[in-house]
Design a protein around this ligand. Sequence first.
Ligand SMILES: Nc1ncnc2c1ncn2[C@@H]1O[C@H](COP(=O)(O)OP(=O)(O)O)[C@@H](O)[C@H]1O
Ligand SMILES: [Mg+2]
Length: 283
Amino acid sequence: MIVALCSLKGSPGATTLAVALAAGWPSGGHPVVVECDPAGGDLLARFRLDLKPGLVTLAAAARRTAAGDTGLIWQHTQRLPGGGLPVVCGPLSAEQARAALAELAGEPGLLVQAAARPDAVVLVDCGRIGADAAALALIRAADVMLLVTGTSDDALAHLAVALPAVSRLSPRPRLVLMGEGYPTEEIVHALEIERLGVRVTGRMPYDPAGAAPLTGRPSPRSTPARSRLGQAAAALALRTAQDALIAPPEHFAGIPAPARPDIPDAWPVQQPAPTPSIDGRLP
Ligand SMILES: Nc1ncnc2c1ncn2[C@@H]1O[C@H](COP(=O)(O)OP(=O)(O)O)[C@@H](O)[C@H]1O
Ligand SMILES: [Mg+2]
């Protein structure tokens, strides 16, 4: 299965959550984190990994390899220190990341094939949803989308604006709420999330000590399995594994998304709000 993680604004903790989900994935699944952030990767620097193998070598290999190679992604992983989780790390440079993503998005089948192994769990960190069409193509190829968002006024205001488009990006659009802002029920009610077919699937605690080992900062007092964040992520991993087994809405079953005119091919570019003139009237 493929799980795409993404965010809208700021840095709510999507990459950290990708690693936490991999660390807490229920036994029987073989998770791999593929860092596809068009703004460039963070795992390389956080865990002092090498550029290669990684997303850059995977993209180059995808160009050369015949379709149907289910093992390709696994040949381009490095192991995180400590837990030994396999990751395909993105390059630091946004330019390199976008070039690699353009190659991969031409082959979203590559991820689909890798995920076709029954035990494979491909956690794709797509970074911020934005103008990058390649990252959008990867979200569309995923079984589940986890949109990670903060729970403060500003994060929720951006979420409210984006929700209708978000809801059409994936057969299973899910929200993961971060931190100690507004209560979950209030957010669900105020933003009419369920009316749009979106579901809140997890609430992660603000837990800097728990985030430390997931971001390459050693923390003698906290391991992912023991921290509040690690435990919440393990529960979310279990829910996500079960979620992917539930049939998607009928209009997504077997229909290539771009064939539907109401599903955006590209993220809608926001028109800047008209600026009121000096006397307060809109032009
Ligand atoms: N649940 C959390 N509690 C506290 N700090 C967190 C949590 N998740 C992430 N962080 C911290 O927030 C920063 C950004 O996290 P990151 O996962 O890189 O965000 P994103 O991928 O959304 O940009 C990191 O320094 C990380 O340690
Ligand atoms: Mg990130």
